[in-house]
Structures are given as C-alpha cells and as structure tokens.
Design a protein around this ligand. Structure first.
Ligand code: SF4
Length: 275
C-alpha cells in the first residue's frame, strides 16, 4: 500500500470533497502542501473577497453565541469594509432565533476514528436538546444551490456521520439528528436534512471506502479532473494551464463557495464531550 498521505492525516469534508472534485487538487493541496499564488484575475479576487467576508460574518455569529452583546457586534458588522457583512448579520439577527433550547456548542469540532483513519467535522453551531441534535451551518453564497446538489456534498454526509459516531462512542443515544443550512440570501428557506439509521449506514460505508481508496493511491493516480468547470475557481488554475477566462455559468461559483476549502486541517478537540 502506498501511504503517501502526510501523517498524521485528518480527513475532513473539505479534503474529501476536494478529492471528489479533482484528485490532483487534493494531491497538490493536502499531500504536497503546494503553494501557488492565486491568479490576480477579477473572478478569483472576487471569490477571495467573498470568502473573507463570509469568514468575518461567521466570526460575528460565533461571538453572538458566546454571549457578546448584540449592539457591540452590530457595530462591528457596520464597521466592516465589506458592507455585505452588516447586511448578513442584520439578516441573521432578525430571522434566526437568538435563543435555542438545550445546550449550544458554537464553532465546535468533533473527531472520530473510522477504519483507523481520523475524520473530523467543525460545526458552526451544534444544538443538543434532550436527544435531538441539530447541526447548523451558515452560508453566505450569492444564491442558494439546489437541495439535491447540496445533499450530495461531502459536508452533508460527513457532518452528521461524525456526530453520530461520536455519540455512539460515548454511548449517548439520540432520537433525532438533522442538519440545517441557513443561507443569508434566503433565510426564510433553510435546507434541512434529517439523518436516518439507513443514511448513516450508507454514509459510513461510502466515506470509509473513499478514505481507503485515497490511502491506496500512488502520486500518479491523482488525476486532473476532466470537468474544466471545476478549474475556474481553483488556485492552481494557472499552474495546471486550465485557462484564464472567468466562467460563463456562475454555477461553478456557487460550488466553489460551498466547497470552502480549508487552508489547514481543523484542530480536533477530542476531550470535549457532549453531555
Ligand atoms: S486547476 Fe483544475 S486540474 Fe488543476 S488542480 Fe485545480 S481543479 Fe484540478
């Protein structure tokens, strides 16, 4: 077996999605840690600006659930150089319940071991209410993707699975496990996915097989994607000589936002348990 992954390697929804989108991108980013300056093209600069604005919005919501006063955070949002941050934050505070029942775990990371491999998930907000668990994820995309598309993304499969496996590890039963995508562009229409015993079994088998497959590959097996659309918001676009023109269809833009490639594997907090 090849074992080319840098150790310790932690699988996440981001790197698994990266592999599915383009094995070569996974290889460059997560195996070689290859630094390649993103092209100074207008579309990529806009993508980066969107990503950073979204990250600042996440920080504000995180602080809100930590108990920082709303007026103070609202002022911080208004001071943000990107006016969308204030708009998103106001939308959030006026449409999302400020008080949720049960215990709340904002920006919470869980890690489990599956088939000898570490798999982690970092949740924007985790709610535990008498056996009912809800994973919340905030999105700031330009428009909401199709629900069927989102259901197939690794985030929608990894996040519930990691939580279910963790609860199993600590012998904590649950009566409901669901994932809610709250989208700033359409706050009145969040996407809600409920996990069942069957979907969790299927996701576990699928994700385990995927991790095992990646572990077996040699460098030459990490092929470039044949879907050129995927290259349009990839930082390696010029390195791969995959064109310089912005996309004609903004569907790729939406996917790029939802992929949310993390710069580094998430920090794992194994010692914190939901009680
Ligand atoms: S530019 Fe395209 S082929 Fe190259 S790593 Fe990115 S997605 Fe893969």
């Amino acid at each position: 077996m090849a074992h080319i992954l840098p150790l310790p390697f932690v699988f996440t929804q981001s790197n698994l999605q990266s592999f599915l989108n383009c094995p070569y991108q996974f290889y460059l980013h997560y195996v070689l840690h290859f630094q390649w300056p993103a092209a100074q093209a207008r579309d990529l600069l806009q993508f980066e600006a969107d990503r950073l604005a979204g990250a600042r919005f996440h920080q504000l919501v995180h602080q809100l659930f930590l108990g920082v006063s709303l007026p103070k955070l609202s002022q911080m949002a208004k001071n943000d150089p990107d006016t969308r941050v204030a708009t998103w934050f106001e939308t959030f505070t006026t449409t999302f319940p400020q008080t949720l029942p049960g215990e709340l775990f904002p920006e919470y990371t869980l890690g489990v071991t599956l088939g000898g491999q570490e798999l982690t998930a970092k949740y924007d907000l985790l709610q535990c209410d008498s056996g009912h668990f809800t994973i919340y994820d905030w999105k700031t995309s330009r428009r909401q993707p199709r629900k069927t598309w989102l259901a197939g993304q690794m985030q929608s499969r990894v996040f519930p699975l990691v939580l279910a496996l963790h609860l199993d590890e600590i012998n904590q039963p649950f009566t409901e496990l669901r994932m809610v995508y709250w989208e700033a562009a359409q706050p009145e229409r969040p996407y809600i996915f409920k996990s069942t015993a069957q979907t969790l079994v299927e996701d576990q088998a699928y994700i385990l097989a995927l991790m095992q497959k990646i572990n077996r590959l040699s460098p030459a097996d990490f092929h470039k994607t044949e879907d050129i659309q995927r290259c349009q918001y990839c930082r390696y676009r010029s390195y791969c000589n995959r064109g310089t023109q912005p996309p004609e269809d903004d569907q790729a833009f939406i996917e790029a936002h939802y992929l949310e490639l993390a710069a580094e594997p998430e920090e794992v907090i194994f010692e914190d348990e939901i009680s």
